[in-house]
Every structure is written in structure tokens, then in C-alpha cells.
Design a protein around this ligand. Structure first.
Ligand code: MG
Length: 259
């Protein structure tokens, strides 16, 4: 099932996606018929309390950044305020002169998770979606820490929907395209630590809550995005996330028009 978060006539709810309509999943709202997509706005699909990210989780990407293969997952956090949905603009901050795309498979947590064993991880995974771990590469190198480089508003595009039925998340083709040019092409089979291992590991550190997200790292081929570009993250069996890139600062009100 593909699950969207939508706004319809002033009400926000989760809905399952049909061909060109959705079915409201909240019975209390009283919808009986599918709602045409043209009559609603699609919102960012998650409102996580935290976004936990794996760094250097594909061998070839580690090599391109000059890192050795880690023995344990290396984690950092992105702030929930960085989340935007499909179609919303990635805004390039003035503080950076080099902003990169990082297409990634995202795990959406479905239940409170603490000290979960890897073999039980599927019980805690609600589904998967596409994400872009947008990174100010120059600031990452300058700061040697990720808070600023990964934390700007709009630096976590995610969506457009949650796919709840992914037969084999450990073997999916992932591509990132900029203006239809393929920049990244990899397989989740090349991850050092797979989605279930990551969920188990993160849950040994912090309690994961429903709607929290784990970004599982990016394959090789990261590169810059510029004003006017269109970035696409497409993951087999999961979805296609498209975001424009805007270099001109815009106001917060403009950024959040779909909400
Ligand atoms: Mg990343």
C-alpha cells in the first residue's frame, strides 16, 4: 500500500493512494468515497520527532569521500525542521557555495522501538520512502561536524508516499538524477549495514517513535545541485521523489504554502 499525508478541505489525514484518487484511512472523518488527487494537497509524508542518518553506509561512497569502512554504523541527526515533501523546493543557503544531493532509502518507524533485535526489526518498520540527505559539503568539511551542513531548512526532502509492501529492501536499485542526468546509481545490496541492522542499532541508543525516520546512507556519485535544477530520487519498489532547487532566499510563508 502507498500511503500519503494529505490536506483536503482544511483537514489533514493519511490516505492510501489509488490511480488518481485516495482513500481516507481515518474512519472517524466519515469519508465514504475516494477523493480525486486534484482536489487535495499532498503534504510531507512524515512529521518525525527525529531523523537518524547513517554516514558512510555504502562502500564506494565512503571511498569517494576518503573514509575507511566503519565497523559499526556511524550516525548523525537531521532536524525535523529540515523536512519538505515532494515538489517543494530545496533552498540553497547563502552560507554555502557547494550543496550536494544524496539520494537515500528511508525507513519509516511504525511503533515505539527500544532495544529491538535485528531479526525482529520488520515488526517495527512501517514502510519505506525516498529521501534526499541534502548536504552543504563545504560546511561539512569546514566544521568537521554535521549539524550545520545537514541541518538547513529544506535539506530533508522525503516522500512522496510510504510504501508498506517492499518485498526485499536489501536489494533495491536506487538512482539520483539531476535534470534527468543519472548522477547516482546503486543497489541497497551494497549497504554496509542494512535497514534492519540500522533500526536495531539505533534502537539500542535512543527510543524510536512512530513516524521517526532512518536515512540509510547514499551510494557513490554525490554531486552539486544548483538554482533551477530538478532532483529526482527513484527507488525500485518504493517510489519517485522530485524536488526543484531554488537559490534565491524565500520567506518561510512561501516555503510552507502546501501546509
Ligand atoms: Mg547521507
Amino acid at each position: 500500500m502507498r500511503i500519503l499525508r494529505v490536506l483536503h478541505q482544511g483537514r489533514i489525514f493519511y490516505a492510501s493512494l489509488l490511480e488518481d484518487s485516495v482513500v481516507c484511512l481515518n474512519k472517524e472523518l466519515g469519508y465514504t468515497d475516494p477523493i480525486p488527487l486534484r482536489d487535495l494537497s499532498v503534504l510531507p509524508v512524515v512529521m518525525p520527532s527525529k531523523i537518524v542518518c547513517a554516514a558512510i553506509n555504502y562502500r564506494a561512497h565512503g571511498a569517494e569521500l576518503g573514509h575507511s569502512v566503519p565497523e559499526e554504523p556511524r550516525l548523525f541527526l537531521k532536524p525535523p525542521s529540515a523536512v519538505i515533501g515532494a515538489g517543494q523546493a530545496i533552498i540553497l543557503p547563502e552560507a554555502s557555495s557547494r550543496v550536494d544531493h544524496e539520494g537515500e532509502l528511508a525507513v519509516v518507524v511504525g511503533r515505539n522501538a527500544k532495544n529491538v533485535a535485528e531479526e525482529n526489526a520488520d515488526e517495527y518498520i512501517f514502510g519505506y520512502t525516498c529521501a534526499n540527505d541534502v548536504t552543504a559539503r563545504d560546511l561539512q568539511q569546514r566544521d568537521q561536524l554535521f549539524g550545520r551542513a545537514k541541518g538547513f531548512d529544506t535539506f530533508c526532502p522525503i516522500g512522496p508516499w510510504i510504501e508498506t509492501e517492499v518485498p526485499d529492501p536489501d536489494n533495491l536499485v536506487l538512482r539520483t538524477l539531476v535534470n534527468e542526468e543519472v548522477r547516482q546509481e546503486g543497489s541497497t545490496a551494497d549497504m554496509i549495514f542494512g535497514p534492519r541492522r540500522l533500526l536495531a542499532y539505533v534502537s539500542s541508543i535512543m527510543t524510536l517513535s512512530p513516524g521517526d525516520v532512518i536515512l540509510t546512507g547514499t551510494p557513490e556519485g554525490v554531486g552539486p545541485i544548483r538554482d533551477g535544477d530538478e532532483v529526482r530520487v527513484e527507488i525500485e519498489e518504493v517510489g519517485l521523489l522530485i524536488n526543484p532547487v531554488v537559490g534565491t532566499p524565500v520567506t518561510i510563508e512561501e516555503k510552507h504554502t502546501v501546509q
